[in-house]
Design a protein around this ligand. Sequence first.
Ligand code: UA1
Length: 306
Amino acid sequence: MRRRPAPAPSTPATCTSRPVRVQDFIDHYRLMSADSDFRFSEEFEELKHVGREQPCTAADLPCNRPKNRFTNILPYDHSRYKLQPVDDEEGSDYINANYVPGHNSPREFIVTQGPLHCTRDDFWRMCWESGSRAIVMLTRCVEKGREKCDRYWPYDTRPVYYGDIAVTALNESRYPDWTITELMVCRGAEQRVLKHFHFTTWPDFGVPDPPTTLARFVRAFRERCPADARPVVVHCSAGVGRSGTFITLDRALQQLAAHAEYLDIFGMVYSMRRERVWMVQTEQQYICIHQCLVAVLEGQDLQPPP
Ligand SMILES: CNC(=O)[C@H](Cc1ccc(NS(=O)(=O)O)cc1)NC(=O)[C@H](Cc1ccc(O)cc1)NC(=O)OC(C)(C)C
């Protein structure tokens, strides 16, 4: 009987994808990181302009400009999350947020900026109207004396109203690098439990120390995230660097768990940047994703040092 030809050494790289066979991934990492990460720098540079030609007209409306935390981080029109409009109020459907694909669905995540004080009611409307049951927060509210995100959830068990949405903290579990809080969210007669996963030790524009802390957080999130297919709200301060890094690693770890033959980190970041600007903002964040995957493939325990 004719033997099937051996599979090609790797699927062809294109301008939108660069798949690597899982069994070759550790060697791939060593090659890319050689000579002071020379090939990682080259590859990350290829992503620089992806998606940037797409319009952001809603974000640029005068009534919406104050709703953007940063002038250079605006949601593309085609993938932006739209709030249910309020009467004929111009801009009432606007929030700085985009749908981003994940391993499980093309709209698995809603990625957004850290709420401003003036947009936190909109943020809770988005969480409610999208049916989300989980929020992943990847920044502290204040870092190096600068506000990065409003404190948009209650400090204790007394309910706080954000517009017509009441939020109550039910319980809180604190760990060295993250805190998980169960929130009761009520609107009218309906109430829901939503989990808040807060990574508390990730410096802006940087990577966790050690990088594998991120892999442990992604694992903790997946172990506790409600299994239903509702979108997960993910944010940092601008909702691009740390948020994109988290989502990329989550997708890759789920692919490994599903025994995928290839990992295409370049292709994942490419597809995310078509939906939201600058997803995975720095080269070090791009490399951190690979370092976490190497640690998992090497069978490192990932447990924190004693
Ligand atoms: C390099 N820093 C930035 O680009 C931040 C936006 C930003 C992006 C990513 C992150 N990291 S995160 O996504 O992980 O939270 C934080 C902040 N933008 C600003 O600070 C921009 C200035 C800027 C910087 C760089 C650029 O190319 C264009 C404009 N400033 C700005 O928006 O000023 C306000 C807040 C007073 C309105």
